[in-house]
Design a protein around this ligand. Structure first.
Ligand code: NAP
Length: 405
């Protein structure tokens, strides 16, 4: 018979065991951050960074062993000590608290083995070779960690779970990145350029109108249909933000249909494909991204049928292409903010831009910024079901998968 009284201690043990393992990983990440920011540990941690070449092969076995002694062995020792202390005080509640300590001892043994030259294979996030996957979202993989070594040392600290980077906003670094924004002369475009510059990005304004002259900002002037003219220039862009859009409101003429789909759907889709074609090297999988500003009109009425139709079409096309995308693709799902496209919008473009960047730095791949509570429920539901449907009834596009292999 089912005995819930017997099950409770086992469940408590399991949960405390899992929490203690998560705590061990948090301790590892905090030690790692100290290695970058706390002077007494910096020299030791620098040894670890010096070991690896850009393809993650080790520069020399001697350096590798030295770095293990000075970085990995102390790191694992701190994990063991902290987790043993926690388990000592918490064992009265459950012996499961020792799981994190045993887990940490495993790392101490392997790092001692490597330091002594017995184990000369490295851990999974430092395996040498070309990057063959995109940066993972919740668990650190090789591509995620590669960015810590060769993109930005003061970000991507997490070792196994991305939790600490997500909390600190270091799961995506914008510093030094070249970021191009379409619809740059619009309300959100201007706010995004400002916010990205504050984060240390080098911004490029892509505009179909003549933007206010700003000698500080590189500007590309384009018209719908002329996207391919920018293929060569696009190669130098790390992050492309497709933000241009139009709302024809109540107009239902054939010209309004054409304009809505050309601006909101097809030009965005052409930019997206053009950007994918610039992903030609292994490191691009780690560094390049494209963000697409669709709208919460993907799931809610915008009281503008052609706006909804064209935004839903690009929303679904992006969901389809995400299945084979050669780089990270983020969707921006925004609620009403004040601009010439929506003069009665409730939020401000500046606030929306700040929220987008804040969530992107926490590696949200679907960035929802709205005051409408229904969007937070209906958008994920729609996205999961559409994506599953597309996965079941379409085949993989191997050509784009091979872009950067
Ligand atoms: N405002 C809202 O409530 C809201 C809500 C959800 C999503 N959005 C989306 O957010 C994005 C930015 O909109 P916004 O609210 O900031 O409006 P906005 O101030 O009107 O900016 C939109 C910009 O898109 C570009 N654009 C318009 N027509 C174009 C055309 N025919 N060809 C090429 N570019 C064109 C223009 O920028 P350039 O002159 O620089 O080319 C324009 O300034 C749009 O995609 C919009 O759909 C807005």
């Amino acid at each position: 018979m089912f005995d819930s009284a017997n099950l409770l201690p086992e469940l408590t043990g399991l949960i405390s065991g899992l929490i203690s393992i998560l705590t061990a990983e948090v301790v590892r990440d905090l030690y790692h951050i100290a290695g970058h920011r706390w002077q007494p540990l910096q020299a030791w941690h620098t040894l670890h960074h010096k070991v690896y070449r850009p393809d993650l092969s080790v520069a020399s076995v001697e350096m590798y062993r030295k770095a293990e002694w000075h970085n990995d062995v102390p790191e694992a020792s701190v994990m063991v000590l902290v987790l043993a202390a926690i388990a000592f005080f918490a064992q009265a509640y459950s012996l499961g608290w020792w799981a994190g300590c045993i887990y940490s001892v495993g790392f101490l043994i392997t790092s001692l083995g490597r330091a002594n030259g017995y184990l000369l294979f490295t851990d999974i996030t430092h395996k040498p070779g070309a990057l063959d996957t995109l940066p993972a979202n919740w668990l650190v993989n090789r591509t995620y960690h590669w960015r810590h070594h060769f993109d930005q040392g003061n970000a991507y600290y997490s070792g196994t779970f991305t939790l600490v980077d997500r909390i600190l906003g270091t799961a995506l670094s914008l510093k030094g990145k070249t970021i191009a924004v379409t619809g740059a002369n619009g309300a959100l475009g201007r706010s995004l350029l400002k916010e990205l510059s504050k984060k240390g990005a080098k911004v490029i304004a892509i505009s179909s109108s003549l933007p206010e002259a700003d000698p500080e900002i590189e500007t590309w002037t384009w018209q719908v249909g002329q996207e391919s003219k920018w293929q060569v220039e696009l190669a130098k862009v790390d992050i492309l933000i497709l933000n241009h859009g139009v709302n024809v409101l109540g107009d239902r003429s054939s010209a309004a249909i054409l304009k809505s789909y050309e601006v909101n759907t097809f030009s965005t889709w052409r930019w997206l494909e053009l950007f994918f074609s610039t992903i030609t090297e292994s490191k691009h999988k780690a560094l390049k991204e494209v963000w697409i500003n669709t709208s919460e009109a993907e799931v809610n009425p915008a009281f503008s049928p052609l706006y909804e139709l064209s935004k839903r079409a690009i929303g679904d096309l992006v969901t389809l292409r995400q299945l084979d995308a050669p780089c990270v693709v983020r969707k921006l799902i925004l609620g009403p903010f004040k601009s010439s496209l929506n003069p009665v919008g409730i939020m401000s473009a500046n606030w929306v831009a700040w929220a987008i960047i804040t969530l992107a730095q926490r590696d949200f791949r679907h960035i929802i910024v709205t005051i409408n509570p229904f969007t937070y429920f209906f958008y994920p539901l729609k996205e999961i079901t559409r994506s599953l449907y597309f996965r079941l009834f379409t085949k993989s596009d191997t050509k784009s998968e091979n872009h950067a292999s």
